[in-house]
Design a protein around this ligand. Structure first.
Ligand SMILES: C[S@@+](CC[C@H](N)C(=O)[O-])C[C@H]1O[C@@H](n2cnc3c(N)ncnc32)[C@H](O)[C@@H]1O
Length: 293
């Protein structure tokens, strides 16, 4: 089995935290619950939880039409999508064509936009849609445009996910609208995991970023209007700790690589209704849990 199962590359992708979310679900007798991600991106955790049988249904939302188109296309047009993966021409010419599609998302249907998004995600540096192609325009160096495009492995991941399509709901809403209009109407046995754009270092990573005011509004919304159990992760920042000061939170350190590897300190914040495990099989989480709050 592949180490990670999402087909998308995401800087700061959270799939390696799936074991910790599983521990939280187990600790709260919540295995088999529904699971919602308002900021799904590569949905690394959601996919691991669903394929591992830890949750029963996943609700993936992202306000980016690109990301939405990818998830929608692989679930509704699996065969055509996989055919494109198997036949994709990994050349600069086709990279330029896909970049034009990505630059004009409103002009293309879901399959075209979803596939072009996937193509750039696999062929650009760090999977960033606005970054350059791996190997540069001269295609020199050790890694070239095809370095992250293992066709058969990617097709396998997509087909495996598509076998669970009845247990996956995909939406293209603003996160707060999604939580207000969708999550709040789901059964109480639903966990929501929010992974919003970073507070401090979002700009170079994503197409859509949040201003400080957006983070303030989101914190108010989650703490006063979200009526299901939730957890939030963020890059560590005093402003975020302050916004969630009445909630339990802890910080942990993890190594990321986006263009350059760097050590990031992140934090987790929990809704009052959730019990936090005292230990974790993930060493960096276990260490963080042992530190006094
Ligand atoms: C930090 S990434 C999520 C990464 C994801 N947890 C993973 O492991 O791949 C944030 C995602 O939120 C999306 N996003 C940004 N602003 C949003 C908003 N207002 N509503 C919903 N999604 C948003 C971005 O398109 C991006 O895909």
């Amino acid at each position: 089995m592949a180490r990670f199962q999402t087909p998308l590359r995401y800087p700061g992708g959270k799939q390696r935290l799936a074991p910790f979310i599983t521990e939280i679900l187990e600790h709260n007798d919540a295995v088999g619950w529904g699971y919602a991600e308002p900021y799904a991106g590569g949905a690394g955790i959601a996919i691991e939880l669903l394929l591992g049988g830890t949750v029963d249904h996943i609700y993936l939302n992202d306000s980016s039409r690109h990301i939405y188109a990818f998830w929608k296309a692989i679930l509704t047009d699996t065969e055509a999508f996989c055919r494109r993966v198997s036949r994709a021409s990994l050349t600069l010419d086709s990279w330029q064509k896909h970049r034009e599609v990505v630059r004009h998302p409103g002009d293309h249907d879901i399959l075209d936009l979803g596939f072009s998004t996937f193509f750039l995600n696999r062929c650009n540096r760090s999977g960033i849609l606005t970054a350059g192609v791996i190997g540069g325009l001269n295609q020199v160096g050790r890694w070239r445009i095809d370095a992250r495009f293992p066709r058969n492995e990617l097709i396998k991941r997509i087909e495996t996910i598509a076998t669970k399509k009845r247990r996956i709901t995909v939406t293209n809403l603003d996160a707060e609208a999604f939580m207000r209009d969708r999550v709040n109407k789901l059964p109480p046995s639903t966990l929501t995991y929010c992974d919003p754009p970073y507070y401090a270092r979002a700009k170079r990573l994503y197409l859509n970023v949040y201003t400080p005011d957006d983070h303030v509004r989101l914190a108010k919304f989650i703490q006063s209007k979200l009526r299901r159990a939730w957890l939030v992760s963020y890059d560590s920042h005093a402003a975020i700790s302050e916004l969630y000061r009445k909630r339990r939170q802890f910080q942990y350190s993890i190594q990321y690589s986006a263009i350059q590897a760097y050590e990031g300190t992140e934090c987790f914040i929990f809704s009052d209704s959730l019990k936090i495990p005292r230990d974790s099989a993930l060493p960096y989480i276990a260490q963080a849990l042992r530190q006094p709050a």
